[in-house]
Design a binder for this molecule. Structure first.
Ligand code: ATP
Length: 222
């Protein structure tokens, strides 16, 4: 599997369906990069998202192409197609194992996850092992706060305690931390964008211009 050679040692991972990528995704990525001093950030489109309802998801190549267009002028942001190299559903644990093997033990991985997804972490495959490979960065959306993050930590990761000096929950030495991060709310979702296009409303304020051009050129989401 190929990865950019200039990722550095503090690498953020933002997985998703990205159907399409939008300004909310980019704002989160930028906020986490700054808050945790990341050296690089990988956007990883899911080949077969295991947690999505069964609407017709756009082809992987198109979702990946839009991501490539979105990061092209953003140094330090990269797209990884590693989930396309596996068959079957795209489980985060498999992705983290692959990244750990490829990047080695020296690299600190930061797995970025929305608060809504984190609240469902009990349904994820091998969820405790995730923290053997990466720290979590849990993004608070407007209607969520550190308290609900704390409840999820307590329910799923016993042994983790909040350490104020680090601003994170910490487990055993060698295990990843869990960082809550409140990002200024951006009321945008891929669902809203698909819906807007279907209704003929403009989406140029919600996605990078190159992505809007691509959507138009290929007549997506009509
Ligand atoms: P959909 O509307 O199709 O469910 P989405 O906009 O939530 O899509 P995904 O590709 O599923 O996009 O998102 C990838 C990650 O980005 C998820 O962890 C999700 O929680 C997070 N995310 C998406 N939009 C926002 C937003 N506006 N603010 C904060 N987090 C977001």
């Amino acid at each position: 599997m190929e990865l950019p050679h200039n990722l550095g040692r503090r690498v953020g991972i933002l997985g998703g369906t990205f159907d399409p990528v939008h300004n909310g995704h980019l704002a989160i990525a930028e906020a986490v990069r700054q808050a945790l001093a990341l050296s690089g950030l990988l956007f990883i489109p899911a080949f077969l998202p295991p947690h999505k309802p069964t609407y017709t998801i756009s082809p992987f190549v198109q979702r990946a192409a839009m991501l490539e267009l979105a990061v092209v002028d953003r140094p330090g942001f990269f797209v990884s197609l590693l989930e396309a190299e596996r068959e079957g559903p795209s489980y985060s644990i498999d992705t983290l194992r692959t990244l750990r093997q490829t990047l080695g033990e020296e690299v600190h991985l930061f797995f970025i996850i929305g608060m809504d997804a984190f609240a469902e972490i009990h349904t994820w495959k091998a969820n405790r092992e995730l923290l053997d490979h990466a720290s979590f960065v849990v993004i608070g959306r407007p209607d969520h706060c550190q308290q609900s993050c704390g409840q999820t930590v307590a329910a799923n990761f016993p042994g983790y305690t909040f350490v104020a000096a680090h601003g994170s929950w910490q487990g055993e030495p060698g295990q990843g931390a869990i960082y809550p991060l409140i990002v200024p709310p951006m009321k945008v979702s891929s669902t809203e964008i698909r819906e807007a296009i279907r209704q003929g409303r403009p989406v140029r304020d919600l996605v990078p211009a190159t992505v809007a051009d691509y959507i138009e050129a290929y007549g997506m989401y009509r």
